[in-house]
Each structure stands twice: as C-alpha cells, then as structure tokens.
Write a protein that binds this ligand. Structure first.
Ligand code: SF4
Length: 172
C-alpha cells in the first residue's frame, strides 16, 4: 500500500507555463512531461521535492508547495532512472549530492551496487540536468563579433601596454 504524507512537491502554474519543455531535462527523476502544451508532474512518486527544475523555467512557472502526496521512494525511483542510461544516473546522483540527501544517495548507490551497475563519477564533473546553482560559470571575456578573429570587449585590460608603446613611439 502506498504511503501518503504531507511533503514538499513541485507545483506548475498552468497560466504561466508555455509548454516550452525547458524543464524536462532539468528533472533527472523524469517526473515532468509536456502534455497538451503544458508541463505536468506525471507521478508524485517521482518528485523528490528538491526543485532541480525550478531554475530551468524561463516563465517562473514552477514552485514548491506542501501537500499530501505519495512519499518519494528512492529505490522505486532508481528502477526508472537506470533505464535512462548513465548520464541520467549521474545527474540524479549529483542532484541528491548537491542537496545533501545522504540517505537517498546511499540508497541509490546501494541499488547500483546490488544491480552491478557502474557508479558514475557524479562529484567531479559538470553533469547535464544538475541544479543551476551548482553549475560552473565562465567569468572570462566573450567575443563581441562573430566575424574573423574574435574581438574581445575588455579593451581596458591592454591599456597600460598601449600607453607604454605610445610613450616609446613619441620618445624615439
Ligand atoms: S520550463 Fe516552465 S514554461 Fe517551459 S514547459 Fe516547463 S514549466 Fe512550462
């Protein structure tokens, strides 16, 4: 018999949702699908309520609510996750690790060991579908022109060298 309890679970605002599907890869648990032009939580059982999908929605249509729902079951979840391949397993483990869900993480790893499935290296890489807050950010300069050699916007970076050259040219 299913265990019903009051817990955190995602809620999709149907007024805001455009059905773009950006949230689907953001949920490594596979709890979301776009059906009839709107994102849906297809099964309460698959949603761990940690909100990995929230930051993926450009419309801010996803939030967390507390309501009665079937309790999340890690072993049941892993049965589905392993069918999706190693990238999804990796994203799911990283998701649990990011949210310090040690008990679920242990259950997931025990499941993989029991089924003799390789445990991916979820700690040291950028993982597709991981939480936006944990993603690496490139704070370097970006090209501002797409033609020929890239032109970088940070001109100030070179000004001391340019100034020195100008001084030398005038002194010679
Ligand atoms: S990302 Fe947001 S707007 Fe797009 S389908 Fe998901 S909930 Fe709807």
């Amino acid at each position: 018999m299913e265990d019903i309890m009051k817990r955190d679970i995602i809620k999709i605002n149907k007024e805001k949702c455009t059905g773009c599907g950006d949230c689907i890869p953001g949920c490594p648990e596979g709890a979301l699908q776009v059906i009839d032009g709107k994102a849906r939580l297809i099964n309460d059982l698959f949603c761990d309520g940690l909100g990995a999908c929230i930051g993926t929605c450009p419309q801010e249509a996803i939030e967390i609510e507390q309501r009665e729902a079937v309790s999340y079951d890690e072993v049941n979840e892993m049965e589905n996750i392993v069918k999706e391949g190693s990238n999804v397993i990796k994203a799911h483990l990283k998701h649990l690790d990011d949210h310090v869900q040690k008990d679920f993480l242990k259950q997931a790893i025990d499941f993989l060991i029991e089924k003799n499935i390789k445990i991916p290296d979820y700690e040291s890489e950028t993982v597709p579908g991981s939480c936006p807050g944990s993603m690496e950010m490139d704070l370097g300069e970006k090209p501002v022109s797409g033609q020929g050699a890239p032109v970088y916007s940070g001109e100030l970076r070179n000004w001391p060298v340019q100034l020195q050259l100008l001084i030398q040219m005038h002194l010679i």
